[in-house]
Design a protein around this ligand. Structure first.
Ligand code: AR6
Length: 231
């Protein structure tokens, strides 16, 4: 396909697909050469049931705005499966918007193993959190708290007690956390997105006027917090 991934491939003169994270691709994009890199999941589009078409527009617009203001950074949207619909939509739309594919790209893998399994260096990872900032609940939240160990739980409590929708909080990851030691992650940013799932707190009952505002705020807050780490 004609995606930002393809531009990467062309520059690399490699006939490989981004979606299989093949090794030649990894060696090209994997090393961050000291450039602050944020890996983030698609906030709200799984357990929180937010529409992926709308979410993909918001991701691409938010990334585009952020990259106009900051130069020396990289943003990576991560999902677990090569069949991820949100990754394909975002790739398609960021190509149409001519977003620099060396500064923003998608990656298939577990966000808690980007370096050890994907050879992708990311200093900061974002979490699609819950309002209590507690472990568990499935999805990426459960995976990050599990991989980071008790020290993330403790460090999170020191930073905030709860989170409101559209907001985020930066948690410095103690150096004894396995996620810090193994993966080189120095900070986790918890983000609370809008919720469209009636089984979860603060359900917006398909109010996408409010939902889109909240998701925009969530990404603005995430990217601003990411930038603040490296000031
Ligand atoms: N690595 C990368 N991406 C992942 C991983 C992983 N290990 N696990 C899931 N994803 P979700 P939400 C992707 O449901 O919709 C929790 O229970 C997933 O495919 O984790 O914001 C919290 O406690 C999807 O693209 O977050 C909250 O209560 C994206 O991450 C609630 O879920 C987000 O899916 C938040 O729901």
């Amino acid at each position: 396909g004609n995606t930002c991934t393809m531009e990467l491939e062309n520059k690399n003169e490699d006939d490989v697909s981004m979606n299989d994270n093949s090794s030649s691709q990894r060696s090209f994009i994997g090393d961050n050469h000291g450039v602050p890199t944020l890996a983030f999941p698609s906030i709200s589009t799984a357990d929180f049931q937010f529409d992926i078409e709308k979410a993909s527009d918001i991701i691409v617009d938010s990334v585009s705005d952020f990259l106009k203001r900051f130069n020396n950074v990289r943003l990576v949207l991560v999902d677990l499966s090569v069949k991820s619909k949100i990754l394909s939509l975002v790739r398609e739309k960021s190509t149409k918007k001519h977003i620099d594919s060396s500064k923003f790209f998608t990656f298939v893998g577990d966000i808690t193993q980007l370096y050890t399994r994907g050879k992708l260096k990311c200093n900061v990872i974002a979490n699609a959190a819950n309002w209590r900032l507690r472990p568990g609940g499935g999805g990426v939240n459960a995976a990050i708290f599990k991989a980071a160990g008790k020290s993330l739980e403790n460090a999170t409590k020191e930073c905030a007690e709860t989170l409101s929708p559209g907001n985020s909080v930066v948690v410095p990851l103690p150096s004894n956390s396995p996620l810090h030691l193994r993966e080189g992650v120095t900070h986790v940013i918890h983000v609370l997105g809008p919720n469209m799932n009636p089984q979860r707190p603060n359900c917006l009952n398909n109010d996408y006027i409010e939902g889109c505002k909240v998701l925009c705020n969530a990404y603005s807050s995430l990217f601003a917090n990411f930038a603040s780490i490296f000031k």
